[in-house]
Design a protein around this ligand. Sequence first.
Ligand SMILES: Cc1cc2nc3c(=O)[nH]c(=O)nc-3n(C[C@H](O)[C@H](O)[C@H](O)COP(=O)(O)OP(=O)(O)OC[C@H]3O[C@@H](n4cnc5c(N)ncnc54)[C@H](O)[C@@H]3O)c2cc1C
Ligand code: FES
Length: 254
Amino acid sequence: MQREWMTIVAHQSIASQTYLLELQGSLPQFVETPGQFVHIQVSDDFFLRRPVSIADVDSDKGTVTLLYKVMGKGTDALTRKKIGDKLDVLGPSGTGFPIDKLTTNKALLIGGGIGVPPLYYLAKNLKSKGMEVTSILGFRSSEDVFFTEKFQALGDVHVATNDGSMGTRGFVTDVIPQVDGYDTYFSCGPTVMLKGVKEQLKGVPGYISIEERMGCGVGACFACVVECADEEDAKGYRKICSDGPVFRPEEVVL
Ligand SMILES: Cc1cc2nc3c(=O)[nH]c(=O)nc-3n(C[C@H](O)[C@H](O)[C@H](O)COP(=O)(O)OP(=O)(O)OC[C@H]3O[C@@H](n4cnc5c(N)ncnc54)[C@H](O)[C@@H]3O)c2cc1C
Ligand code: FES
């Protein structure tokens, strides 16, 4: 992990209150696995950095692509940053999806809202290793939908929207029964969604990425701990920022 002032080389709206931000610097060459994130100091007005997942890496250009949704003051202030501005970034942080250890043939990716971005870089990596990828992407409404064509270029895509304005009406968990043939699942999204996915896919090998609130982002403050599922685990907890954000579903209590 390193701290770097990265240059904004692209910044555009891609869906309702959702932006694509491309940052250039030396940090991309240190990204090890999809699922890792960067920790952004939006400005001196904010005490805490904001964690955002790495949605793509372009080693030739030396860029990372981030996709973020405006949730509050920090992400709102981020929208006002312009191409050419520099951002104080820490990363790549966290432990991502262990792509080099997988024996997957057919992967099922399940993303909800701001949990969709890290799955894109994962899908690219899985595809480049010869694995088949099917994606279920859930959003609130058609206005919130992004990157479906990009996922389609890598495999089958099913969209669910809460209001039914695109794809299946409902949640990603309503679409899961329509898909079969996968041997491993990979999911990222709100904790309530991950909980539903974990229950529905009990017995299927999987990985979940938890995007909860964070403090320091470097394992020092305990703001991000989740309870271990194994009561006999010596430590009893995992830190999302350093042990995760990617875990085996059976490892943690959601
Ligand atoms: C490992 C990790 C990866 C992430 N990746 C992405 C990403 O790729 N794209 C993206 O848009 N967001 C991502 N997030 C969430 C993002 O960090 C928060 O939305 C952001 O920090 C909110 O900052 P804010 O100042 O705008 O809002 P705040 O003022 O801090 O909060 C405003 C509202 O948003 C809610 N909120 C804050 N943090 C989160 C969160 N982590 N999850 C859900 N709700 C939250 C608060 O409860 C509050 O209601 C990620 C979070 C983590 C931990
Ligand atoms: S955010 Fe500080 S320990 Fe994880």
